[in-house]
Write a protein that binds this ligand. Sequence first.
Ligand SMILES: [Zn+2]
Length: 398
Amino acid sequence: MEHFLCLTPEKPLRTGTLKPRGDYLDTRDYLPGSVVRGALAEWLKLQGKESQIVPTVQKVRFGNFFPSISESIWALPFPMTALECKLHGGFRNDPKRSGEKPGHGIRDSLLIALAYAELERQGARFPVPMLLRCTYEINGEKCGGRMERVSGFYAALPEGWRVMEIEKALQTKVALSRHRRAAQEGMLYRVIGVRPKAISFVGRLWTEDETIIEELKQAVEKIGVGALTTRGFGAASLKAVEPGIEPIAERLRAFNEKLREVWRDLANLAHHAGNLVPMEPSGTYFSVDLLSPAVLRDPHGLPTLKLFLNLNGRWREPVFWATQPTFVGGFSTAWGLPKPTYLGAAMGSVYVFHADNPQEKLLPFLEELEAQGVGLRTDEGLGEILVCHPFHKEVMPV
Ligand SMILES: [Zn+2]
């Protein structure tokens, strides 16, 4: 069963690996599931329940916790296909920017690129290559700026869209010798943490044993999360929340409806150019969006950045995808050991699949897929997915 939780830091939070960057230890701007799992393991260990660590964490799949301004809002990472104007990025109606110059808007290019690619595959020849430029109007003229990828997280608030910005706090720490627990001369280092100001982390976990949520709450509140909890980082509180996210059926319906609109416009263009292509897409399309990095394997077990799905006993390849490689490492807070590093597909990667089945026939498969995640190490938050990310509907700049 899927549960949403909200973690609110009371002290700066360090969620990065212990890999130094420059002269400081940087932090991630989200809380990976592995960090939350580490807190639970450490809590059990501290109570002398070492033998329970493995059976307990095996009953849970940890998702990732994303920065949000409110416990009732699940902020999401932008899909890799989200674009903004290179000259003036940002949302047009960001409530935080009122009074300032508005951004030229953020839009998603997936459905346009998908319809374009699928129509070309079916014989359409377009007079111009697909090129999205900024359509923001200044004194009746279009800006025309190039579009570039947006990274980070956004929240869809009732009053408008907002890019989540995280304040980082810099602290100078005295390095302690691991053995003597004493300050080593001259070894000062600076640590960056997420500043605990008006920010919460909202994320999912899956378990059938609800007592684990109570145990996790204890763990977070008693010992904190992330690295360096003994040095004033990571104190936090945790509670169950219910942020609104449309069910998969609704996301799938909206995704296909919007695709149909975009498809019709492009098919019309192709018809004018004399190509006879279908005016409507056939079957059902769905996207699988990575909310965290994923370590993927192809049907032969070989590493890949492309997602393969086994649907009705047959391996399917995506008909369209956008991905980037990333390194996936990790650090076990409970055992104090680094984990092996893999090459993975980055957060925000998008894979689109096509099936002949009607939408309702695909729902059980898609619900199971979202609950399981994709690839390796899904129990610690890797390969967390969203089926039909709601931002794909934002074909026009918002
Ligand atoms: Zn622009």
